[in-house]
Design a protein around this ligand. Structure first.
Ligand code: SF4
Ligand code: MG
Length: 316
């Protein structure tokens, strides 16, 4: 893939995605592995930094917005998805990746997630799920386990947790994957598949947060994760099977298995993919050849084509 501005066809390298800024995450934070894996996936897919836009919101993940090469946008809390969707519709020559935490995405910004999935916009979304609001010092988030003792709820969180993968699978999504921040190789593979997908790619990364989430540290995940590829006959085009796998997490409470909580085994990998997925832009026949050609146009080309001064007059 050539450079969008200079047309250079130099193969991208890890260095292109590096930044001179100093990381501010805590020691052993899962965010380091996530960034490394994403860079590796972009390089292996030969996507140049000048064709990459990463969108971030507020949160610990957002502190990575100036630590990665390419174009970056650091927006409001829970609002990285609408930024990314707008950018992708405006200029599809750029690969758009959005990041969000469990608090911002499944709390404040959950409406954006729902409608981006429904619209099947062609972006990759990476959910940093560390089961808490880390940047604001360890409050319970929508994915904190019930009874988990957090700084905002010292007696334990009182709400039921929300399962991200299960929730997104229920929305007629076209790509749902899960990985773990301690396995860079696995995350890289999942990101590569997400970048290849035509439509909204939802990737949940179960991220360790050694500072505030003491219940599910790195080792806790290590003991539980298994790849769906190890399941004989697993069919990632079967949504019912994916839903079952997404909720195979059980916890023992008083010796009894309790469904619906984080627990004994957690499937990672591509849980579901619709390989016939039609992204939003291809659902808009009116944009077909709107600048006199038969190819799809981008918003920035269309705005050059139309004189909207008369329309604007009406609003004076
Ligand atoms: Fe990472 Fe948690 Fe520290 Fe935030 S608070 S930087 S998520 S370890
Ligand atoms: Mg979080």
């Amino acid at each position: 893939m050539s450079c969008i501005t200079c047309n250079s066809t130099t193969t991208p390298t890890m260095k292109d995605f590096q930044s001179k800024n100093i990381f501010t995450w805590c020691t052993n934070c899962g965010n380091y592995g996530i960034h490394t894996a994403l860079r590796r996936a972009l390089v292996s897919k030969k996507i140049p930094a000048c064709r990459t836009l990463t969108c971030f919101d507020i949160g610990c993940n957002g502190n990575g917005s100036d630590k990665i090469g390419g174009y970056n946008f650091h927006g409001l809390h829970g609002r990285s998805i609408p930024l990314a969707v707008g950018a992708e519709m405006a200029n599809r020559k750029v690969t758009v990746i959005a990041f969000g935490g469990d608090g911002g995405t499944l709390g404040e910004g959950i409406g954006h997630l729902v409608h981006a999935v429904r619209g099947n916009y062609n972006i990759t979304f990476v959910l940093h799920n560390n089961l808490n609001y880390g940047l604001t010092k360890g409050q319970a988030s929508p994915t904190s386990k019930k009874n988990m003792k957090m700084n905002s709820s010292p007696d334990g969180a009182t709400s039921e947790l929300l399962h991200p993968a299960k929730f997104v699978l229920s929305l007629e999504s076209t790509f749902v994957a899960r990985s773990f921040s301690g396995d860079v190789k696995h995350m890289t593979k999942v990101f590569e598949q997400a970048l290849d997908h035509k439509g909204f790619s939802f990737v949940e990364i179960m991220q360790s947060c050694p500072t505030y989430n003491k219940e599910t540290p790195h080792e806790w995940y290590m003991d539980r994760v298994y790849d769906v590829e190890s399941i004989k006959g697993y069919d990632s085009s079967n949504r019912e099977q994916a839903l079952k796998i997404a909720q195979d997490q059980e916890d023992k409470v008083n010796g009894e298995a309790r469904e619906g909580d984080l627990g004994q085994k957690i499937a990672i990998g591509v849980l579901y993919q619709d390989k016939k997925s039609v992204p939003q832009i291809d659902r808009q026949p009116n944009r077909n050849g709107s600048v006199g050609t038969k190819i799809k146009t981008d918003a920035y080309e269309e705005t050059k084509q139309y004189n909207i001064s008369k329309l604007l007059e009406k609003f004076r």
